[in-house]
Design a protein around this ligand. Structure first.
Ligand SMILES: [Zn+2]
Length: 842
């Protein structure tokens, strides 16, 4: 047995500090004052990170000064990752942070629903079936009721079913329905009572020539219901055009490779009115909506004061505005409208602090701590203006402990204090809240409804600095953070995280037992605080023998880890079970793993996740032994083949020749190799010669566009966009007697049970008569697709093309996928492979 699919602790040095506190310049303060004086809001709705039109988001936020938010129904978990190995939920965490990084640049806010991006979907019917339609709709209504937008803009067209991703169309359908429901008390009444109902005024669709057959068709379209904006406006305060900001924002989607170069000059954007009163003026999106302070009862006087602040703003001395800002702050506290009171209080506090050069910070002595632990906090407070201010007290949340300070903050005089802070025993871990519980394919599970929709888990540990300015007590809240000096990067900030006292990590996500031989599984125990002693138990699994009964660990220091090995004896029958060892420390059980992901463009991410290792006992025979693997865009197929006892060499495409490959029983080409490996263009002749002389060549899926060569096969073979997304779609056998379905493993319908995510993608739809199509399958309502597995003899060997998603099935330990792949490799190899000792664990 070999261990594989290693859980990664992925680190690269973060030179850009995504976590640094914001320090506003005069021009930035002025922009914030403009936003303080605008009381309108826009919500943009789509399905994925990257769907959003950053030109429009930045335009509404920076040109119109509106509160602007993007509601992405999913976190983009189902896509590819161009910057690292993380996929699925972990990729969703990265993309969440990329959206937050984008919003930091374009000035928007960010929300989500509990919908999981489960992968490609052809129709909204399928999407809404896999998502819980009612629950996702409820989440969209929740976002509308809490953000309270005047305007909603859909990225996609609700009537485009079949023309784009089913998630896209669904986002427009749900947004439109939520627009009608959010204002009704009868819709989700408990939610309505808590958040109050809210009726947005207008619903638009962000149309563009892309949604028409051609530019000409778009030009000719009736635009009487369109509004047009020039999103190429220039902002002297920022020294950038709106389109340049939009590109910087878009370039945060690094995991998708969406780097974007800024453009300058006019750039028209169109929105089409779907619901609500038609604006008389086709440029004024807020026509008919009061966006001044007078929209709030009691706001008139505040508006007058703040109009003066904006008019008389002194860029050399922003502190001159503070007396009037404090006057306005006091009036804002008296507003009865809770929604605007909270929003405007936060905005004006940011402006007051920045105008004073008031810097407040709470830094912990380490980046990680555990419940019940006492930490040291370094508090810093400094006023860099002539306006008198006093630090009255410091309050620690959530304990509520108050420490009197009564410290006068005179101009540019630093003050610092160290306090001890005991983290409450019952505090939640800071890990992403939507990953705390196991969800379904289409939905995340969130126990705490108050968190639903939030982009990330809010920090519960906070410090409130109560500062008196002009006789007004103003509380400034700061999250506890962590910083250190990096010799290369200098001052470096990290999020402060609460994690369990012990992390338990299983060294493999899937372990396959291809014969009766035992295997060894490494399990690592890591102390997240000092002086950890206890025992590690493997847990009992019916039919499986795991030894020893436990391992003992003693007085581990914080950060110290020990790796133990369990020997596993599989049962005689084919089986698939979950292995979840537990560390017991002071009668408390720990079974979760603490994992970190560090990328320069986002804050360091610390996750607390359940172990989900699968143990798979396979009934599998194989022929042939040595495999050459030509890597493509990246997959774990080579490690999976090693798990069932093959020896796998990675083959550098530059060195491919028929003679260098002659030693291999089969050559397997990684996913999308013909989309990503330019060199293969020149190596097809050598690969075909290898087949001619008796080898098996197996090509996995490639996308139909952007191939480095049209000659994928020695015969005619044309890829299409045919895919079968239903992982349970029925599979029928077109060539039931073909050896690939019979030797050495008899493949039956049972082998197509419990597949994950999909059957396969980009199947060929045309092929030469030399090919034998082996399988037929299709999604509901579609014609039968016969190109998922094609075999053709060539010379003494065999050429095989398959769009089946082995790269997804192997990491999930799907037995049938292993058995079918073994048959592909074994094709034409008459002798069984020499028996080989497979005990080479680790
Ligand atoms: Zn999308």
């Amino acid at each position: 047995m070999r261990k594989l699919f290693c859980l990664f602790l992925f680190f690269i040095t973060a030179l850009v500090q995504a976590q640094k506190p914001e320090k506003l310049s005069s021009s930035e303060i002025y922009s914030e004052i403009e936003k303080l004086n605008f009381l309108g809001s826009v919500l943009y709705v789509a399905a994925h990170p990257d769907d959003e039109n950053t030109k429009l988001i930045s335009y509404f936020s920076n040109e119109l000064d509106a509160r602007t938010a993007y509601l992405s129904l999913t976190r983009g978990d189902g896509g590819q990752n161009l910057i690292g190995p993380q996929l699925r939920e972990l990729l969703g965490v990265i993309r969440t942070q990329e959206l937050l990084a984008a919003r930091k640049i374009d000035g928007g806010e960010q929300f989500f629903t509990r919908a999981n991006d489960f992968g490609y979907s052809k129709t909204p019917e399928e999407t809404l079936n896999i998502w819980n339609e009612e629950e996702v709709l409820k989440d969209v209504v929740r976002t509308i009721r809490s953000f309270k937008p005047d305007i909603i803009i859909n990225r996609f067209d609700a009537n485009s079913a079949g023309e784009t991703h089913g998630h896209h169309t669904s986002s427009a359908i749900l947004s439109s329905r939520a627009f009608d429901l959010a204002g009704k008390k009868s819709a989700y009444p408990m939610q309505a009572e808590k958040l109050r109902t809210w009726q947005p005024k207008k619903l638009f669709f962000n149309t563009s020539p892309w949604f028409y057959d051609s530019q000409e068709a778009f030009d000719a379209a009736d635009k009487s219901h369109f509004l047009t904006f020039d999103t190429g406006v220039y902002f002297p305060l920022k020294g950038m055009s709106n389109t340049e900001i939009a590109s910087l924002s878009r370039s945060q989607h690094q995991s998708q490779g969406f780097g974007s170069t800024g453009t300058r000059g006019s750039a028209a954007e169109y929105i089409e009115l779907l619901k609500g009163e038609h604006p008389k003026n086709n440029k004024d999106i807020f026509h008919g909506i009061n966006t001044t302070w007078t929209r709030v009862p009691g706001g008139k006087e505040i508006g007058e004061i703040l109009a003066g602040v904006e008019k008389n703003f002194d860029f050399e001395n922003p502190a001159a505005s503070v007396p009037d800002l404090v006057k306005a702050y006091r009036l804002i506290q008296n507003l009865e409208d809770q929604h605007w009171r909270e929003i405007k209080s936060e905005q004006i506090k940011t402006i007051i602090a920045a105008s004073l050069g008031l810097y407040l910070e709470a830094v912990a002595g380490s980046s990680l701590a555990t419940p019940g632990e006492e930490i040291k906090l370094n508090l810093e407070a400094i006023n860099r203006s002539d306006i008198p201010a006093e630090l009255v007290s410091i309050k620690l949340s959530p304990t509520g402990r108050e420490i009197p300070a009564n410290l006068s903050l005179t101009n540019n005089t630093p003050s610092a204090e160290e306090v001890n802070f005991t983290i409450p025993e019952n505090i939640n871990f800071t890990s992403p809240y939507w990953l705390n519980e196991e969800g379904s394919l289409g939905m995340y599970k969130v126990e705490n409804k108050d968190l639903t929709g939030l982009p990330e888990t809010p920090q519960e540990l906070k410090v409130e600095f109560m500062v008196r300015i002009n006789d007004e007590h103003i509380p400034f809240e700061r999250d506890i953070t962590y910083k250190f000096n990096d010799p290369v990067a200098g001052e470096t900030y990290r999020p402060f995280e609460v994690v369990p006292a012990v992390s338990v990590t299983v060294g493999t996500e899937v372990m396959v037992f291809a014969n009766g031989a035992p295997g060894k599984i490494p399990v690592t125990v890591k102390a997240m605080k000092n002086n950890i002693s206890g025992i590690l138990e493997p847990g009992k699994i019916s039919g499986w023998k795991i030894s020893p009964e436990n391992h003992i660990f003693n007085t581990l220091r914080k950060g110290e880890e020990l790796t133990f090995t369990f020997e596993v004896h599989p049962p005689a029958v084919q089986d698939k079970v979950t292995f979840n060892p537990v560390a017991v420390v002071n009668e408390t059980e720990y079974s979760k793993t603490v994992l970190q992901m560090d990328y320069p463009h986002i804050p360091l991410q610390t996750l607390v996740l359940p172990n989900k290792t699968q143990l798979v006992k396979l009934d599998i025979q194989k022929r042939g032994n040595l495999i050459g693997y030509i890597p493509g865009a990246g997959d774990v197929v080579p490690q999976a083949l090693e798990q069932i006892g093959y020896s796998v060499d990675m083959v550098d495409p530059a060195y491919i020749s028929a003679s260098s490959l002659a030693k291999y029983d089969a050559v397997v080409v990684g996913i999308r190799a013909y989309n990503t490996v330019e060199e293969l263009r020149h190596r097809q002749a050598a690969l075909f010669e290898f087949v001619e002389q008796g080898g098996n060549l197996i090509l996995q899926y490639n996308t139909s566009r952007g191939l480095v060569t049209e000659e994928l096969a020695p015969y005619k073979l044309q890829l299409s966009r045919d895919r079968v997304t239903d992982e349970n779609a029925e599979v029928s056998f077109l060539a039931p007697n073909h050896p690939i379905l019979n030797t050495p493993n008899k493949i039956t319908s049972k082998d197509f049970e419990r597949w994950v995510q999909e059957r396969g993608l980009y199947f060929p739809d045309r092929w030469g008569k030399e090919f034998t199509p082996i399988l037929a399958m299709n999604d509901k309502g579609e014609t039968s697709k016969k190109g998922s597995l094609l075999v053709a003899p060539y010379g003494k060997g065999n050429f095989i093309y398959t769009g089946l998603s082995f790269f997804r099935e192997f990491p999930a330990g799907v037995p049938g996928a292993f058995r079918l792949f073994a048959n592909m490799i074994s094709l034409g190899k008459n002798k069984p492979a020499p028996s080989k000792d497979n005990h080479n664990s680790n």
